[in-house]
Design a protein around this ligand. Structure first.
Ligand code: SF4
Length: 340
């Protein structure tokens, strides 16, 4: 569970029941400093310094605010729209996908106007009455790490359970799923676990749950009947990568084999980085061993208007054939949603 050193409350957040609820929880904790502020002063309050200190201080800060813009961003290929419950994360993964967009905002921000956010989701669903509309809850965060403060996932799972043409999904590297197990989710929420080889998690995914904790949590949500997916990401090519990723898939099978008929969804994302992410990573993790040699990569333009360095075609072909063979071998009932 995230225990910040400081909690910044946007004054507007205290007009909402969830804002007050979080305030009451935080004020009972001795070691968390509470600061009330206005939305545009957040960055200046998180003391500036060199990149590393600003990042570390940001990572120890919880911001309680509101989502001001009504529209949601789209979210391909994972969903139709992002569901903006939380942004940022307590984790310190060196290759975090948030570096590019949230590099200057490393704090965790929870939006307490959840009824307004879900009301906006309702409008999107109403505009597509004959189709299923999917919302992604982890596009800019890992919302499970603050769930005990917000219950935002619980509220959203209940909300989508009541909407026949709405689906909710989120992905996590944490394991505190207990509060979600008894919810009547009606199969409208898919919980995915982001996993990687033990070696990669230990080397790069600081302040997250271990692989075995994630697999145990996956077993619990499977037993609770949730649709479950696994995001294997980011996949690296290194000496012995095939053996280690096969071991991972085999371990996964052993951990979830209590329910072999469960249909699992897999998403496979290879390692990539933007020039901006690389400069942030090398600033906040000066001793990083992440492979980011531009000459060994191919530059590709993405959907958000900026380019990134991805593995070259030969590596991509190897990765695709590997997972297309191994996943059906260990999980014949599964579906691979994409390999990118
Ligand atoms: Fe980023 Fe996910 Fe790691 Fe959090 S757990 S730091 S969101 S990659």
């Amino acid at each position: 569970m995230f225990v910040p050193k400081q909690a910044l409350f946007d004054k507007r957040a205290l007009n909402y029941p969830l804002g007050v609820h979080i305030y009451d929880q935080i004020k009972s904790k001795e070691n968390i400093k509470i600061i009330e502020t206005s939305g545009n002063k957040i960055k200046s309050i998180i003391e500036n310094g060199d990149g590393e200190n600003f990042y570390k201080k940001g990572k120890q800060t919880l911001v309680v605010g509101i989502k001001t813009k009504g529209e949601f961003q789209t979210c391909k290929p994972s969903a139709h729209y992002q569901l903006p419950l939380v942004s940022g994360c307590m984790g310190q993964c060196e290759y975090c996908y948030l570096h590019t967009q949230l590099g200057t905002r490393p704090y965790v921000k929870v939006n307490v106007n959840i009824d307004e956010i879900l009301g906006q989701a309702e409008k999107y669903m109403a505009s597509r009455p004959n189709d299923i509309t999917i919302f992604e809850g982890a596009a800019t965060s890992d919302p499970l790490c603050v769930e005990r403060y917000t219950q935002a996932l619980e509220t959203s799972i209940r909300f989508f359970a009541d909407h026949p043409n709405g689906r909710f999904r989120f992905v996590t590297k944490y394991n505190n799923v207990e509060e979600l197990l008894n919810i009547d989710h009606r199969n409208h929420t898919e919980i995915r676990f982001s996993i990687n080889t033990d070696k990669i998690i230990k080397a790069y995914e600081h302040h997250t749950a271990s692989l075995s904790q994630r697999l145990k949590a996956a077993g619990k949500v499977i037993a609770a009947g949730y649709p479950v997916g696994f995001l294997i990401a980011p996949v690296f090519v290194y000496d012995g990568w095939q053996q280690e990723y096969e071991q991972l898939i085999s371990n996964l099978k052993d951990s979830v084999s209590t329910n072999p008929s469960h249909l699992f969804f897999f998403e496979i994302i290879t390692h990539r980085y933007t020039p901006r992410a690389k400069s942030i990573i090398t600033e906040i993790f000066p001793n990083t061993t992440l492979p980011m040699s531009d000459e060994e990569r191919q530059y590709k333009y993405g959907q958000f208007g900026y380019g990134k360095f991805v593995y070259p075609k030969e590596n991509m072909n190897d990765i695709k054939s590997f997972f297309q063979e191994k996943i059906p071998f260990y999980f014949p009932e599964s579906e691979i949603k994409y390999i990118v």
